[in-house]
Write a protein that binds this ligand. Structure first.
Ligand code: G3P
Length: 217
């Protein structure tokens, strides 16, 4: 499973990228707001760091305007994936831009039928939001599983980009189900390295080593 990092924080992206943890980046209007940066400038900087797909989201609501915004975002770099919302206008935009040969990430997906429509409109990525479904007592992971089965049943090559990932368990379950990609904030990716038994074991080794009185260097 490929790892995308869900942030517009350039320093955080660079740190994870240096460790080989970043296969791509996803951003959205809320993350651009959080960065305090201009969308065109920060996206260009991200694309200079990461060679994989970098999602940049349109903000218009009408297809004609979304298409224009998408084309402008795509001029930033060759690895831009234009992110569009899962609305009827977003699907129209997806079809036009994917026919142009651009990568399109259809976002704000909350149902298997929405994912089916995105695949038929030529989406490169579909972004089902797991955490936001869990927030309203629905099962986000079940949606990933349903989309996996539907895409496999019919050979759709749209990649499942599991989004709104909040926990380590989300990551494990997405990998088991067979999501193609997951996108998570840097804090969630870093937290995957932690385990209480790792900390406990290391603490014991450190104490025992001190008692040997030895040094390696
Ligand atoms: O990639 C989508 C993501 O940014 C949404 O995450 O935690 O705001 O639901 P969250």
């Amino acid at each position: 499973m490929r790892f995308f990092v869900d942030t517009a924080d350039v320093a955080a992206i660079a740190e994870l990228n240096d460790l080989g943890m970043v296969d791509g980046v996803t951003t959205n209007p809320s993350l651009i707001l959080k960065s305090g940066r201009n969308i065109l400038e920060v996206t260009k900087e991200i694309c200079s760091i990461v060679s994989g797909p970098v999602s940049a989201e349109v903000v218009a609501l009408k297809a004609e305007d979304m298409i224009a915004e998408g084309r402008k975002l795509a001029e930033i770099a060759e690895n831009i994936a234009v992110k569009v919302p899962l609305t009827w206008d977003g699907l129209k935009t997806c079809k036009v831009l994917s026919d142009d040969g651009l990568m399109v990430n259809v976002t704000l997906c909350f149902s298997a039928n929405q994912a089916l429509l995105a695949a038929k409109a030529g989406a490169t990525f579909i972004s089902p939001f797991i955490g936001r479904l869990d927030d309203i007592n629905l099962d986000g992971l079940e949606l990933i599983s349903d989309i996996r089965q539907i895409y496999d049943n019919y050979g759709f090559d749209t990649q499942i980009l599991a989004a709104s990932i909040r926990t380590a368990n989300h990551v494990t379950q997405c990998a088991l189900i067979g999501a193609d990609v997951m996108t998570a904030p840097p804090s969630v990716i870093k937290a995957l390295a932690t385990h209480v038994l790792t900390e406990k074991g290391l603490d014991q080794f450190t104490k025992d080593w001190a008692q040997t009185g030895q040094k390696i260097i």
